[in-house]
Design a protein around this ligand. Structure first.
Ligand code: FAD
Length: 297
């Protein structure tokens, strides 16, 4: 940052990446603002847990002076996996494994889990007031003076000397620096969220044991993740046409329709999974899965 202290930096996207970078830049004395598409901090249910690794997530929290605060929100046991088939028959359970030194900071195998919501709050609270400008969906930008003029969907225009794209997989900033595009993986997922799973989905809750379930069968997958709030998030995923999300005629706000679809698409899977669909909050969220080419630089 030497000699650039007065430069105005715009980070587009307030996910874990953008907020962490904003924190590190502010510690270095930079002038930085984060432009986030979400209407406000609470408008969207945050997904389940993220696992933090020594050389990346934990290193960033340490550098940001936020490790101690984060430790208060880590969820021991949330990384424990149960692997089952479509009939919920258990093939492998980490709950039965000895943990050893995997559970220590400094161990390369230690991957503490933190829920996205609390992580986001820690990062937001670490920033100077009004660093995040909500309801700012980036649309385009053009060169102006030594920097860029950014245009947002709400009509706002902002000048920045330096622009950083942290707007996720479908970044609108990426095309300004490279032609590399994400490509469809061939897999689509459908996400559901269930509140207070101990009460609402007791059978799955017991299998979950505060960790994660991975169910595999017929080249199809169901993943369930617990959350510290007592809620759970689940995803079913399967090989599908890229445009399935648009062309299937389903109403994502209709639980009965989605359950009927699941029973037909995941033929042969046990009825034990049905309570997830019956108890989920609507709407379900379709997520075609994209990846970046492995040979990109
Ligand atoms: C289904 C699923 C499960 C996952 N599970 C795990 C896991 O268990 N553990 C793990 O470590 N990782 C997991 N990941 C990966 C993890 O989610 C990503 O690595 C992480 O979210 C990337 O952070 P990010 O800040 O780069 O982007 P994102 O989290 O995608 O954040 C991007 C932000 O930019 C905003 N934005 C987007 N477009 C615009 C725009 N035009 N203008 C302004 N703002 C915009 C978005 O609203 C969002 O807040 C999972 C990912 C998915 C999809």
């Amino acid at each position: 940052m030497m000699g650039r202290q007065n430069n105005k930096i715009a980070i587009v996207g307030g996910g874990p990446g953008g907020l962490t970078l904003a924190r590190l830049l502010q510690l270095a004395g930079a002038q930085v603002e984060v432009y986030e598409r979400d209407y406000n901090k609470d408008v969207r249910v945050q997904g389940a847990t993220l696992d933090l690794h020594e050389e990346s997530g934990l290193a960033a929290l340490r550098a940001g002076g936020l490790l101690e605060e984060s430790k208060r929100n880590f969820r021991p046991g949330a990384d424990k996996i149960v692997i089952v088939n479509g009939q919920a028959k258990i093939f492998y359970s980490e709950h039965e494994e000895a943990v050893g030194d995997k559970n220590d900071f400094g161990s390369p195998y230690f991957r503490p889990e933190i829920d996205r919501g609390p992580l986001r709050n820690i990062l937001l609270e670490s920033l100077q007031p009004d660093t995040v400008i909500w309801d700012s969906q980036f649309m385009s930008m053009e060169k102006q003076d030594n920097g860029w003029l950014l245009h947002f969907r709400n009509g706002r225009r902002v000048y920045a000397d330096l622009v950083i794209g942290a707007d996720g997989a479908n970044s609108k900033i990426r095309p300004y620096v490279t032609d590399i595009k994400p490509f469809y993986s061939g897999v689509t997922a459908l996400e559901g969220n269930v509140y207070q799973s101990e009460r609402t989905t007791p059978v799955i809750h017991q299998l979950l044991r505060g960790g994660k379930i991975f169910a595999f069968g017929n080249a199809q997958v169901l993943i369930v993740s617990s959350k510290g709030s007592g809620d759970l998030t689940f995803y079913v995923s399967w090989m599908s046409d890229e445009k399935w999300m648009l062309n299937n005629g389903l109403d994502y706000g209709d639980k009965t329709q989605i359950l009927t679809w699941f029973q037909s698409e995941f033929r042969g899977w046990d009825n034990v999974w049905c309570e997830l669909f019956e108890q989920a909050e609507v709407p379900f969220i379709p997520r075609p899965v994209y990846c970046m080419p492995l040979d990109q630089t």
